[in-house]
Each structure stands twice: as structure tokens, then as C-alpha cells.
Design a protein around this ligand. Structure first.
Ligand code: M6R
Length: 610
């Protein structure tokens, strides 16, 4: 949640800060602000709304253009509503301190009371202003020392960037539970909470670890931990291009990312299928043959779309490998004290690798002695680093808040995982080779759905005016129904729920009427006949039914009112093209309704609070 950019170097800071904020706007977009060093003080400017509001505000301020040091922030509100006052940066009272912060200071109330008693006045409702005043109260001419002392007093999570008027050119940045990356340039350092804000300037990056604090002046860096002296952190190369994070001619990032799926999935599976053994490689899992053979259970944790992908993984691991598998909402996993054995593999799925609930589940599983693996898209993210047995998705940066290519890449990797586990147990080489071919075919299946984009847009026109919709499916198509409903509600604001097709008549069917359509996954395979029976039940209650049907399936086409065809393939791979059809449906409904597709209300791309 929220985005941080900071700059110290020899160039004007503002253009770097503002272009970085634009890049990070998907992380939070209810207000934005900058602080830049001027010869006489630190100037802070903030605006409610999108980064463009801040840009307008600054367009009149030529006096700030020569500044070469600054910090900036785009906010997703946690403490206090999205107002100009609550926007970051916040100033520390007496010593000319400015600070931006991602995360949550949990003991902010107690600290606020103490600082008030010491004479500090608060202008905002935020926990961040508490931190700014706390740093200020501990400042004795050395910003690094003041930040270290302040961070020792706070409980909670933070990624911060701070500057002090008395130390021109210096930035102090730190992290605990909220990412900070340092982009290393020529005589300059660009700091950000996400590498997408720095790739325009450099590909050399240092990812700070939890409790690291860095003092930066131009390209001079000193990194230490909150408890000890200087430490060495190796730089790594960011391997995705700046172009990959641009819209590339599409109207929205979501559409671009939907269309990127054949390539993203190809990248996820490239080099990971073993044509000789009929298996998957996935060396990142780092499991010995014995650990694989002794695997007792696979526990999959994630949130939102990642959890829906996990459900496909659960089905596939049990189906093919005969290993017990369960998927669980990550926050629930952490707090209900689950039973976890050393022979259990916990697979944490996360596009961002920063989701707080998923990270907490990872830590719980590590503490309980399980084997813990991360299935993550964002390289260098916290979950990727903490799990140690990471399998990267390689789907490329996903900017739109609605997750699309991450889901289909997650499913593809989970199918490979199921294949690997299956081959270490009861699956024959021949059956393994067959599954290898099925997985390899996924990108082409997706392309066949993308080729129907115009037709799907036409179908969407018939589903614009509804305020409520149900998605139903069975077996592998049940997670697809959940994901289809999630996509529709988050970007079009139409109330949508996903149900197992059999569950509808246990309650939800009471809501069906002519104004409530049903989107039914009727793919050919086991369970289709029963789903078609459920379709008839819906139609008997006047609901219009849009069927996702297997290409050329006359029986299904004749049953439903409208249809989108997906190519014929086994149900475990049909998950992917069927989901893509629903992504396009949601996209076109939201577009036709004029919704802000890439940045839906109330949401943020990376949910780093519990
Ligand atoms: O980054 P993660 O995969 O951990 O994010 C989990 C969810 O917040 C995310 O999938 C969310 O549900 C998406 N907005 C759905 O499109």
C-alpha cells in the first residue's frame, strides 16, 4: 500500500520524484505529496487525489526546480481519511524534518500522547506524523541516529524516507515489513518502495532487509541495521524492462496485462518442463527426492486472486499426486493456530510478495517448522526472500489493481508443482509426458480466447445494467467462478458472488430473478451435465444465463442464453482460458460503464496492512 520515492544526486529531484510517483500510483492514489530541500528550508507540497493534482500544484513553483534532494509519497489511507492534511510527507515540529512512510505504527496513540505532552502540535490524524515528530524530538544534529532511536521506540511496520534541513543532500531510509529498494545511479541514488519507480534510471538495485537503515548522499551509501554497525548488501540487476511497465498502446494496464498472458505464461513455464522424464523441474522448491517422497500435506495460503489460484492447486495436487492438499485464507491460517507438521509443505502464493496476511502466514509456518515455499511474481519481494524455496512466476510487472496474468501464471506453476509431486509418487512417465504437453498448450489456448475479444465485448453489452450477478462452476471450474466474480465486482462495482454450482440451491437461489444474471462455467467434462441442470434451475427463476462453453458443444450452447466459447482441453488446463474469458467480460463491462479500471475505488495493488 502507498508508494515512496526519494532522490539524492546532482539532477533536479522533482522530475524524478513525480515520474516515480506516477509509476507507483497503482499502490495508492488518494493523495500525494513531495518534500524538497531548498537553500533555506524543506518545502512540502501535498494534494488530495491523484498524482496529477500534485503535478498541477507544482507547475507554478519554479523555485523548487533546482532542488537535488527530495522525498515523495502516494497514499492509500489507513489512519485518517484521504485529505491534504493527512497526505505525506509529514514535517517533524522543530528541527526541519520531513518524512514519508508506508506501513502502520501500531503504538502511535501512546507516542502521540507523549509527544503532545512534550509540546508537539499535530496537524493530521496519521501515525506517520507521530513518527516525524518522534524523529524530530530525538534529533541532535544527526538524522541517522535520530531515525534509529525513533524506530527503536515504534511497534509495527514501516518503509520510510526522511530528510533534515540541517543535512542537505542526505536521505535516511529504513524498512521493517514494508519494502525499500535503492536504485544505484551515476552520482545519484533513487529510492523507492517498488523497483518499477527506478527502472527508468537504473537497473542496479539493492533491496533492504528488515531492520536495515541506509544513509544516502548522492551515490554514497552507508547501510547498517538498527542494532549493529555497517552491513554489506549486494546489488542485483532488475531484469525487466521499463517498456514492460508501460501501457504499450492499450487503453488500460488491465487490458494490456490480459493480452500479455500467452507470453507471461510461456515465461512462467519456460525451462521448467522436463521432456525426458515427463516431469517439472522447479529447482527453486529445493526439495530433496526424500523430502518429496515424504511430503505429508501441501498447505496453500494466499489472499484474493492468489487464494483462488491456490484452490486450483489444491485440486491438482490431490488429483494427480494423491498428496493431501488444502488451501486457506492467509490471515485465517495465522490466527487460528493451525496444525502444521515438519513434513508439510506450505506454499505461499502472492503476486506482490508483500501482502501482509500472506507474509504473516509464512512466518507462522516457518515458526512451526514446516517446509515453506513462495510462489511469487515480484523479484526481491519480502515473501520471496523469506521463504527461501521460492518459485518465481516471471509474469512481468502487474500494474493494474485487478490481478490477471499473475493468476494464470500461478495456475500454470501450480499445475507444474502437481506434476512434479505426482511424478515423485504414482504418476507414470507416459502420463507425465501427457501432462507436460497439456501445460505447454496453455499459452495457445489463451490466445484463442483473446482472439474473441471483440465478440466478448459484444456479449458484455448485454450485462451492463445489472446490479448483481452469480458465477457458478464445479470441480476445477469452481475456483474459476470465484475468480470471475472477484474480477467483476472489483472493477465494475457490480455485486457478484461465486458459488459452487450445487450450492446455489442451498440459499443464494432465493435471490434469482430476471435482473440477476448467472454466469455458468459449463465446460465439457465431468460435472457438465449437472451444471447444465443447475443452469435450467436458474432459467426457471427468470435469470439470464451466460455460459462459458467448450468450442462446438452444441448441447451447452443450446441450453444457455448467451455463450463464450473456450477451446477444448482437459478441465485442469481449461481453468486458464475460461478465466481469461471472464477477465475480458469483466473488463468490457467495466469499460462500458466508464469505471476507473486500473485503479478501482477503495483498493490498492499491494495490501501491506492486516
Ligand atoms: O499480491 P498478492 O497476490 O498477495 O495479492 C493478493 C490480493 O490482494 C489480490 O489478489 C487481490 O485480490 C486482487 N486485487 C484481485 O484482483
Amino acid at each position: 500500500m502507498c508508494g515512496i520515492v526519494a532522490y539524492s544526486g546532482s539532477r533536479p529531484a522533482l522530475p524524478v520524484l513525480l515520474s516515480g510517483l506516477k509509476r507507483l500510483e497503482y499502490r495508492g492514489y488518494d493523495s500525494a505529496g513531495v518534500a524538497v530541500a531548498t537553500p533555506t528550508d524543506i518545502t512540502i507540497r501535498k494534494a488530495k487525489g491523484k498524482v496529477s493534482e500534485l503535478v498541477n500544484l507544482l507547475s507554478e513553483e519554479s523555485s523548487l526546480e533546482s532542488s537535488t534532494t527530495g522525498i515523495a509519497h502516494t497514499r492509500w489511507a489507513t489512519h485518517g481519511p484521504p485529505t491534504q492534511e493527512n497526505a505525506h510527507p509529514h514535517a517533524g515540529g522543530k528541527n526541519g524534518i520531513a518524512l514519508v512512510h508506508n506501513g502502520i505504527i501500531e503504538n502511535h496513540r501512546a507516542l502521540r500522547d507523549k509527544l503532545k505532552a512534550d509540546g508537539y502540535t499535530f496537524l493530521s490524524e496519521t501515525d506517520t506524523e507521530v513518527l516525524a515528530h518522534l524523529v524530530d524530538s530525538l534529533y541532535q544534529g544527526n538524522l541517522t541516529e535520530a531515525v534509529i532511536a525513533a524506530l527503536k521506540e515504534v511497534e509495527g511496520t514501516f518503509g520510510i524516507a526522511a530528510m533534515a534541513h540541517a543535512e542537505p543532500g542526505t536521505l535516511v531510509v529504513a524498512r521493517r515489513g514494508s519494502p525499500i529498494v535503492l536504485g544505484l545511479g551515476e552520482k545519484e541514488t533513487i529510492v523507492a518502495s517498488d523497483a518499477s519507480a527506478i527502472i527508468k534510471h537504473t537497473r542496479q538495485a539493492i533491496y533492504l532487509d528488515d531492520n536495515d537503515i541506509a544513509t544516502i548522499n548522492g551515490s554514497d551509501l552507508d547501510i547498517r541495521t538498527l542494532d549493529s554497525g555497517t552491513v554489506t548488501r549486494e546489488a542485483s540487476e532488475i531484469d525487466w524492462s521499463s517498456d514492460a511497465a508501460e501501457k504499450g498502446g492499450y487503453e488500460h494496464y488491465m487490458l494490456k496485462e490480459i493480452f500479455e498472458q500467452p507470453e507471461a505464461i510461456s515465461n512462467s513455464i519456460r525451462g521448467r518442463l522436463d521432456h525426458e522424464r515427463g516431469s517439472a523441474l522447479l529447482s527453486g522448491l529445493n526439495l530433496t527426492p526424500r523430502e518429496l517422497a515424504e511430503l505429508h500435506r501441501v498447505l496453500i495460503v494466499g489472499c484474493g486472486t492468489s487464494m483462488n489460484a491456490g484452490l486450483v492447486g489444491e485440486y491438482a495436487v490431490e488429483d494427480f499426486a494423491g498428496v493431501l492438499a488444502e488451501v486457506e485464507q492467509a490471515a485465517e491460517f495465522r490466527y487460528r493456530n493451525p496444525i502444521v507438521n515438519p513434513s508439510d509443505l506450505v506454499v505461499a502464493i502472492s503476486q506482490s510478495g508483500e501482502t501482509a496476511d500472506t507474509l504473516a502466514a509464512v512466518r507462522e509456518a516457518i515458526d512451526k517448522g514446516a517446509l515453506v515455499s513462495g510462489l511469487v511474481n515480484t523479484v526481491g519481494s519480502t515473501i520471496a526472500r523469506e521463504t527461501g524455496r521460492g518459485v518465481y512466476l516471471h509474469a512481468g510487472p502487474e500494474i493494474s489493481v485487478a490481478s490477471t496474468k499473475a493468476f494464470t501464471s500461478q495456475v500454470s506453476v501450480l499445475l507444474m508443482m502437481a506434476l512434479k509431486f505426482a511424478r515423485s509418487r504414482r504418476m507414470s512417465r507416459e502420463a507425465g509426458l501427457q501432462m507436460v504437453r497439456e501445460i505447454e498448450a496453455i499459452p495457445a489456448l489463451v490466445q484463442q480466447v483473446l482472439d474473441q475479444n471483440d465478440a466478448i465485448a459484444k456479449v458484455a453489452e448485454r450485462y451492463l445494467d445489472q446490479t448483481s450477478a452469480f458465477f457458478i462452476g464445479r470441480g476445477y471450474m469452481y475456483p474459476v467462478a470465484l475468480e470471475g466474480a472477484l474480477k467483476l465486482k472489483e472493477i465494475s462495482y457490480i455485486h457478484a458472488e461465486g458459488y459452487h454450482a450445487a450450492e446455489l440451491k442451498h440459499g443464494p437461489i432465493a435471490l434469482l430473478e430476471a435482473s440477476v444474471p448467472v454466469i455458468a462455467l459449463c465446460n465439457d467434462g465431468p460435472g457438465k451435465d449437472k451444471t447444465l441442470g443447475n443452469v435450467a434451475e436458474c432459467q426457471a427463476r427468470d435469470s439470464r444465463v451466460l455460459g462459458i462453453v467448450t468450442k462446438g458443444d452444441r448441447e451447452a450452447i443450446a441450453t444457455v442464453d448467451d455463450f463464450i466459447e473456450v477451446p477444448a482441453c482437459p478441465l485442469h488446463t481449461a481453468v486458464v482460458p475460461s478465466t481469461v474469458a471472464l477477465q475480458l467480460l469483466s473488463y468490457h463491462i467495466a469499460r462500458l460503464k466508464g469505471c476507473p479500471i486500473d485503479q478501482p475505488r477503495n483498493l490498492a495493488k499491494s495490501v501491506t496492512v492486516e
